[in-house]
Design a protein around this ligand. Sequence first.
Ligand code: FBP
Length: 492
Amino acid sequence: MNDLSLLQKKRLKYKPTLPKLLIDLEKVQFRKIDSKSPLKDLENLFPNTFSLPAYELVSGQGTHKPLKIGVVFSGGTAAGGHNVICAIFDTGAKVIGFLNGPSGIVENQSREIKDVSLYRNQGGFDLIGTGRTKIETEEQFAASLKTVTEHKLDGLVIIGGDDSNTNAALLAEYFLKAGCTTKVVGIPKTIDGDLRTDEIEISFGFDSACKTYAELIGNIERDALSTKKYYHFIKLMGRSASNIVLECALATRPNLALISEEKRGLDGIIEEIVNLVIERNAAGKDYGVILIPEGLIEFVPELNEMAKELNLEKDPHGNVQVSKIQTEKMIIDLVEKELAKKNFKGKFNVQGHFFGYEGRSCMPTNFDATYCYALGTLAALCIREELTGVICSIQNLSKDPESWTLKAVPIIQLMHIETRLGKQKPVIQKALVDVNGTSFIYFAAQRKRWQIEDQYCYPGPIQYFGDPDLCDLAPQIVTDIQKPHASTSDSS
Ligand code: FBP
């Protein structure tokens, strides 16, 4: 490993403040709780896991046994993942890391993790690597069963997004059917913030990614205001959902932020940008900042058609690789053409940006570091108590960790049937921006004012040391779901 920076060294020493229940693991147990029933259509596909209950962690008498736990990262990186593994390691379990994603399970590529001391509170997934292999053929399932049986694993923890947790549910079902005792537990990961349900308030990595992008957007806003010569079109990651754009818009107040879930036509979008440019020009402002979600392609049929012509491969889960599509450039071209048609005489100098990979492997925020450590500990407890096919759920995240509630929820309760690569598949439904939700309503009430007046806000870099209000806050969209009513007044 390279020499560590001073900040890395300081972060190695950070100790997440945990919910009380996770401090003495011998004094906790799971209690069954009422939860919603899975979709009836899933019963045939999941006969062994269909009726599994949900559990809540409560005080009580825990068991104590030596555990052997496999861990795997699946999909894109997200800040905090190493803390999930550190937490499992710290419970005293023997930890086997599967290398470079789910293919490590199928091909039995693994190594025992004997030392995590250089990975605490650090970004990336490089301790064991990650990958996007989807376990779907009978051969892959059989090979996975062989791997976990050979390793005599008590449990396998899959750290992934919606598709990876779908894989976790399928593996749990397959292992049970085969009489294998290895339990499968999922951890909600993805910067996209689209693995959200009543039980999963946010996936880890979203907070760190948004705070990284928001810093950069704020810097660009200030540059735009200083130099007054460019329109900055900034595409932000988020394969389908615009959760990242919404969170960053709330933090930075750009002149315009497109939200795909409003399902507008291309003409309307271009007209809005053109009008913005013309109106700002009339106000003496030939500069501005516009946020574009990378998932816009999926929601605007005309852009979708243009993207199809690029003939991009889909990933193994059937997702279009939207990060490879220069949506911001397509929009800039269309706006330029429309302005020319309107004989616009002002200046329209543009800079295009794409912020994606910059925010996935950064050092985790205190929120993500703490959330991940709690998730990892909870996963080890699920395996100790022999729960399978469940995802770790922590709620009340906008509050102090003392108030967090810790649950194990059957993954199947999050699933529905969707057409993927032309076939009907059981998957976890992606959580899009809720246009009737508190965060969107607040944003919608403010945005008109942000267009012409420059109401830019500069969040600055992620803070790790000092005032908790500056260092420890949960993402805004999580805080908003815990507010009783949407506030439409400006909080500035
Ligand atoms: P996950 O859902 O696997 O965490 O990945 C999300 C994401 O970062 C998307 O925002 C983006 O479109 C995609 O991964 C990029 O994928 P890749 O790393 O394969 O280029």
